[in-house]
Design a binder for this molecule. Structure first.
Ligand SMILES: [Zn+2]
Length: 428
């Protein structure tokens, strides 16, 4: 028998956390509380979270979007070890300034490692340890989607500032600065596509390369009150600038005053030059058979942060809202209550379930038929299913009608069975 996604079987611990166990509001946020209360994630220890089945499903959808766009620009996926030898970070002189935020580990021989917050040293060492690259391998674009660690002085706001987080990091290798700049621009446009597919408006800001280093850098931001970054925005002409620009209070193009708006950084790109390839000796063989340092780029995108910020921006205080493309299940079907007049229409609900599943729509059925439709409907709204399909009273009409609720747009329709699939397909 084919497996059916049933709410009754779902591992979704909801409303089980006593109020006193929830973090104080100044270190918490709407998205944090909603994700815990609706069983998306659970707290493991300070700033560390378990992705429960619904959370992981959303994360995997985001991963798929990123993988598809990375593939289209020739990105090749790899996994680097979580631990990086501390000696590599000493060779690039990053150890001293970063040490307070690093989780350090020592092996039985006294050799030091760090749980990597970023992998420039690690990937550059992989390249240099394999000898010089051949010219025809360039540009080389290697990326991973993996856990990263940072021992935050003040972990807060759930996945927005956690100590363990999930990031896509891409590293590019080119023969010279001109080619590396070209690669940088190609990745930037892939970022635009990824963020457009997620569907939440973002800002791209020219930024300070900071401790990662290099010559050009951009940040990607979502606007949200919860954010710890400040963006200055002109509401008149949409001019904006990041915190690194010299402090201006008037818009340079239309002279209106600039508003300060909070934002969350969700991505950061760097044209690194040879900052890492020189100390770690990562080279290629040029046309004159000489070894030259590779010119690198580094591109981060915070998956766990994108999920949390999206929920923060889209949700109401009580009901979670996902970007449509990332919702763990797109449709929840509610069959009639046990013992009700319309119980005989229950098979309609299951027919519809299989029809949607066969069309590759992520669907789950709320089979807790001892509960009223009303109660299950309220819970479906809280859980954030974008579409809730109710097989209720109207399913007994001479022409049976199904209620389709478009939760995110607050609209509802009564459709005939064969129209439901078409309606959902058109929207999705
Ligand atoms: Zn302006």
């Amino acid at each position: 028998m084919k497996w059916i996604n049933r709410v009754s079987k779902l591992f979704q611990p909801t409303n089980v956390v006593p109020k006193s166990y929830l973090p104080k509001i100044d270190v918490s946020s709407k998205s944090h509380q909603l994700m815990i209360n609706t069983g998306i994630i659970s707290n493991s220890s300070t700033g560390m979270f378990t992705f429960l089945p619904l959370g992981l499903k959303a994360l995997e959808k985001l991963t798929k979007i990123i993988d598809e766009e990375m593939m289209l620009i020739g990105g090749q996926k790899i996994y680097l070890p979580a631990l990086t030898s501390a000696s590599l970070w000493r060779r690039t002189s990053r150890m001293v300034e970063s040490q307070p935020e690093l989780f350090m580990i020592m092996d039985r021989h006294g050799k030091e490692y760090l749980l990597s917050p970023t992998f420039e040293e690690s990937i550059t060492n992989v390249i240099s340890s394999l000898g010089s690259l051949k010219r025809n391998k360039l540009p080389l674009k290697l990326y991973q989607i993996s856990r990263k660690w940072r021992d935050e002085i003040k972990p807060r706001l759930g996945l927005l500032r956690s100590r363990e987080f999930i990031m896509k990091d891409l590293y590019t290798f080119d023969s010279n600065l001109e080619n590396a700049t070209n690669t940088y621009n190609i990745v930037k446009s892939a970022y635009e596509t990824i963020l457009n597919r997620i569907g939440i408006p973002h800002l791209k800001i020219f930024a300070d390369p900071g401790t990662i280093g290099g010559s050009i850098s951009h940040e990607y931001h979502y606007l949200s009150n919860i954010g710890e970054d400040i963006i200055k925005l002109c509401k008149n002409c949409n001019y904006y600038e990041g915190r690194f620009k010299e402090s201006k209070s008037y818009c340079p193009s239309c002279q209106q005053s600039l508003d300060k708006i909070n934002s969350v950084e969700i991505g950061h790109t760097f044209l690194l030059g040879t900052k890492y390839s020189e100390p770690l000796q990562a080279t290629f063989i040029d046309n004159n058979n000489k070894r030259q340092f590779l010119v690198m780029g580094s591109f981060g995108l915070g998956l766990s942060r994108i999920l949390a910020t999206a929920i923060e921006i889209l949700s109401t205080d009580l009901e979670i809202r996902w970007p449509l493309k990332l919702a763990p299940y797109t449709v929840c079907i509610i069959p009639p209550k046990e013992g009700s007049k319309e119980e005989s229409a229950s098979s309609v609900a299951y027919d519809l379930y299989f029809e949607l599943q066969n069309s590759n729509i992520d669907v789950i059925i709320d089979d807790r038929i001892k509960e009223t439709i009303g109660k299950r409907f309220i819970e479906a709204r809280k859980s954030g299913y974008p579409f809730v399909v109710v097989v209720g009273k109207n399913s007994l009409n001479s022409v049976p009608l199904i209620e389709v609720h478009d939760i995110y747009n607050s609209s509802q329709f009564k459709l005939e069975l064969n129209e439901v699939l078409q309606y959902l397909k058109n929207i999705l």
